[in-house]
Write a protein that binds this ligand. Structure first.
Ligand code: TXA
Ligand code: MG
Length: 342
């Protein structure tokens, strides 16, 4: 398949991408969180192509992206009053709301579930493209299923060249991890995935927010995942990832003691000079927003430039604010394999 590549600022690029989407094709698009692999959300056949291209299990639902508040009425059967408060505070932006779906949303998009995930992205290219396509766009992260999400168009190119119709390059994503997923189809609202809108920000608007235990812990045996995405392997490079919970000097000592062929480390900026093995810094120890921006790129580099077999990752020191999202991605990338030196 020919894969078109456009810089988002190029004359006619968004129009060409919109034409492909209208015809049921797949285009990777920039958003403020990560790149998305988009298709017409009201076309079940188009949505099916997303699952095939990603190798995604068909029961794992897609988020539907809108560019106008009016489109919620088209998609959601019941809209609790919390939606307007959340939209006022966080939309457009990195928040996905799960609401009971209307019949026009195909089962392919919702993985057969009775709810639909809706997000109004703030990225101007994503917004303009939804307007030009004239329909909401279903878009999961534009990575092969199980691999780290894409924070640049190069990452998308790496995973999908020759397998999708086009890639719109809008530069690196500002946030770097995916949107926050909040289930509003039950009360109190339940956080299913931490992301660009923090738990503390949601609590400030809503009061009580339940935090699903599967955000930080493995799913209990026999328990159904509240969000299908929680039961699948995620964000993993080919290398084996081990999370190391430790104060800085202990992390450096541990890693240096494990120096061997194929062993690498993801550390904080402040630790780079201390380490005697190949290492990449993924942000300052005290700046979880910087860590989020760098995280997926660093996980990709572990394979693509370091060719590591084993990588020790310094665990975020805090799970407050954006720290919870960074921790959630890393604990999954590590398949919950943690060494605790604290
Ligand atoms: O920031 C983002 O959310 C990005 C950009 C492209 O918008 N998209 C994204 O999509 O991360 P994806 O498919 O990679 O992650 C969506 C997560 C999955 O874990 C999925 O299971 C969950 O949201 N999800 C979507 N709709 C759901 C629903 N109706 N019920 C439960 N979980 C849902
Ligand atoms: Mg994803």
């Amino acid at each position: 398949m020919k894969t078109f590549y456009w810089k988002a600022g190029e004359a006619g690029a968004l129009e060409a991408a919109a034409e492909i989407l209208k015809k049921g094709g797949l285009v990777a698009i920039p958003t403020e969180t990560v790149y998305g692999l988009a298709a017409n959300a009201l076309d079940g056949n188009a949505a099916r192509k997303i699952f095939a291209a990603k190798g995604r299990p068909v029961d794992n639902p897609l988020i539907v992206h809108i560019s106008d508040m009016k489109q919620i009425d088209l998609l959601a059967a019941k809209i609790p009053e919390q939606v307007s408060r959340l939209a006022k505070a966080f939309w457009p932006g990195p928040l996905t709301l799960l609401l009971p779906k209307k019949a026009c949303v195909p089962d392919e998009v919702t993985g057969g579930l009775p709810t639909v995930g809706i997000r109004f992205p703030s990225h101007p290219v994503a917004q303009r493209l939804i307007e030009l396509a004239g329909v909401p766009l279903a878009a999961p992260s534009a990575n092969l299923s199980g691999h780290p999400s894409p924070s640049t168009a190069e990452h998308v190119w790496h995973d999908f060249f020759g397998r999708i119709d086009g890639i719109l390059d809008g530069g690196p994503c500002q946030i770097g991890v995916e949107s926050t997923v909040l289930n509003l189809s039950e009360q109190p609202p339940r956080l299913l995935r931490p992301g660009g809108v923090t738990l503390e920000q949601l609590q400030a608007v809503l009061g009580t927010v339940e935090v699903d235990p599967a955000i930080t812990q493995p799913l209990a045996e026999g328990k159904q995942a509240p969000s299908p995405g929680m039961k699948y392997k995620h964000y993993s490079p080919l290398a084996n990832v081990t999370l190391v919970r430790a104060a800085s000097p202990d992390f450096c000592r541990f890693v240096n003691a494990h120096r061997a062929d194929g062993v690498a480390a993801l550390c904080f900026d402040e630790e780079k000079e201390e380490l005697l093995i190949p290492c990449l810094a993924y942000g300052s120890a005290s700046d979880s927003w910087a860590q989020a921006r760098r995280l997926f790129e660093a996980l990709r580099e572990v394979d693509d430039s370091m060719h590591a077999k084993q990588v020790y990752v310094h665990c975020p020191l805090s799970t407050v604010g954006m720290g919870l999202a960074v921790y959630n991605r890393l604990i999954r990338a590590a398949g919950f394999e943690v060494i605790d030196l604290d």
